[in-house]
Design a protein around this ligand. Structure first.
Ligand code: S3P
Length: 172
């Protein structure tokens, strides 16, 4: 492992459906002494609500506030691989916290993301008539941030979780 990685957190950023949770978990296993955490999962456990319910009942701003609080609570941990909600990078304060660790962007083509999440109803931002168009728009809006990551790993359609995790560990 590179010296900068010894004990520092690894933050996975990227769009919903890019595989942050499954690939992050696999990376943590490969690293041996790292734990995997996921901001959405922690938020759901803490509130007893699903992400979709939080959006519906409290609105996106409240969700973003809560998501920032979760990051606050976990960024002081060490030796964690942390999957972040796709829009978490947008707030400057969140972005500065990610800088305390190593930021890895899982870059996946919009069509591949669309194929993966098609028919899935737990992503409130994609519950509309044009989910593929929305995915493309969100990637464009977030590109500036995503591509500022320390490491960018391109995950192609033919790569499974194992391939993606291997590519990430090699890139670290
Ligand atoms: C969001 C991504 C979701 C979740 C929420 C908003 C986004 O997380 O936080 O639906 O703005 O891209 P995943 O990226 O883990 O799906």
């Amino acid at each position: 492992l590179s010296p900068r990685l010894q004990g520092c957190n690894i933050y996975l950023i990227g769009m919903m459906g890019s595989g942050k949770s499954v690939v992050g978990d696999a990376i943590a296993r490969r690293m041996g002494n790292y734990n995997f955490l996921d901001t959405d999962v922690i938020l759901e456990r803490a509130t007893g609500m699903t992400i979709a319910q939080i959006f519906e009942e409290e609105g996106e701003d409240a969700f973003r506030d809560a998501e920032a609080q979760v990051l606050d609570a976990i960024h002081a941990h060490v030796r964690c691989v942390i999957g972040t909600g796709g829009g978490l990078v947008l707030r400057n304060q969140n972005w500065s916290k990610l800088q305390t660790g190593l930021v890895l962007y899982l870059k996946v083509d919009p069509e591949v993301i669309y194929d993966r999440i098609r028919g899935n109803t737990d992503r409130p931002l994609l519950r509309n008539d044009d989910p593929l168009g929305t995915i493309k728009r969100l990637i464009e809006e977030r590109r500036g941030r995503y591509e500022q990551a320390d490491v960018i790993v391109e995950v192609k359609a033919d790569m499974d979780v194992r391939d993606a995790a291997d590519a990430c560990v090699r890139a670290l």
